[in-house]
Design a protein around this ligand. Structure first.
Ligand code: PAZ
Length: 329
């Protein structure tokens, strides 16, 4: 087989794997509702102008980890670590930079504009005065006011659409819907893929329907590989969009090598490499021509690494739009 036929066969195989993943996935329960929200959000932003009078840009920020259910009537699942802090914080900086953000996030993880609230905001931020009237505790009044004002303003102005997922099945179906619905935006769309996505899963048709019984002894289970969606995102779903994926490792010795490999293999515009322990302090942005280290510096007033990171991405996105703009005008 020559190289071209081998590549074609590999592509056919990838497409087949992806098609069968989507065919066998349990359908999204609220797909019509999501579609409508997406359509309205894109329509509202497509013709709007952003910073400097140019067309408004739209970014899909993915955030949090996907779960892999072990039973159809799910009692147990395998989870992927991610608090959602990166996605929520980045969303705030994207909104500040004039982007409309589709925040595809894991239910129950960090939310934009709420980072300064305590873990249990309802119970900790509010107090009952006389058993009937509730008021904001003075310790938190400023943080609550800011969170509510900034969140409401972003939603009201059409800068923020929040779509929650839990399982790998929901996540990938929603990512596909978002990507396809942004196709008219061409290079003005960006995908910032910070979610921690499962690599292995139990296909729906081979999954136990009911709770797996412990009385049956040790559990042997074979997990199938989740088909890689990045090549399809690049080649079919959103070929002109600016694509940024993330690479998380716990071993610093292999991190950059893996990020470079992902950049080349999946034809990403950038890969953000981070280590688990230092992810809030420092990331390395890997591009085809350079590696750029981005740090937070509290002494210089840079409280979040996402602040300089998003500034850098916005700049590079401008270059991407200028280079590819003839195709959208
Ligand atoms: O959500 P969080 O702030 O706790 O962590 C963010 C992160 C490490 C999950 C993210 O920056 C990342 O690297 N996501 C991709 C993970 C992966 O390699 O699958």
């Amino acid at each position: 087989m020559d190289l071209e036929s081998t590549l074609e066969a590999t592509q056919t195989n990838i497409n087949w794997e992806i098609e069968s993943f989507f065919k066998s996935a349990p359908p999204l329960r609220n797909s019509a509702d999501i579609s409508e929200k997406l359509e309205n959000f894109i329509k509202r932003n497509e013709m709007a102008s952003g910073n400097g009078g140019a067309r408004r840009r739209v970014v899909c920020v993915t955030s949090g980890g996907t779960t892999v259910p072990l039973e159809q009537r799910c009692v147990r699942y395998i989870d992927n670590f991610s608090s959602g802090h990166r996605g929520a914080t980045s969303t705030e900086y994207f909104v500040k930079a004039g982007y409309a953000v589709i925040f595809l996030h894991r239910r129950g993880t960090f939310q934009p504009f709420c980072r300064s609230l305590p873990d249990d905001p309802l119970l900790e931020c509010f107090e009952s005065i006389d058993g009937t009237n509730i008021k904001v505790h003075k310790l938190y009044s400023e943080a609550v006011e800011r969170a509510i004002a900034e969140h409401h303003s972003a939603v009201k102005k059409g800068f923020l659409l929040k779509l929650p997922f839990t399982t790998i099945f929901e996540y990938l179906q929603m990512l596909r819907m978002i990507a396809l619905s942004t196709s008219n935006l061409g290079p003005n769309a960006m995908f910032y893929l910070a979610a921690a996505v499962s690599d292995f899963y139990v296909p729906w048709q081979s999954m136990a329907e009911h709770k797996i019984q412990s009385a049956s002894g040790p559990l042997n289970m074979q997990l199938a590989q989740v088909p890689k969606m990045l090549p399809v995102l690049r080649q079919q779903w959103a070929p002109k969009a600016f694509l940024i994926s993330f690479k998380l490792e716990t071993d610093s010795k292999i991190l950059l090598k893996k990020a470079v490999a992902a950049l080349e293999k999946y034809k990403m515009d950038m890969v953000v490499a981070n280590e688990l322990l230092t992810r809030k302090e420092e990331v390395v942005v890997v591009t085809s021509s350079e590696n750029i280290t981005v740090r937070r510096d509290k002494n210089a007033g840079v409280d979040d690494v996402e602040d300089p990171l998003i500034q850098l991405l916005v700049e590079r996105h401008s270059t991407h739009i200028n280079t590819n703009s003839s195709s959208v005008l």
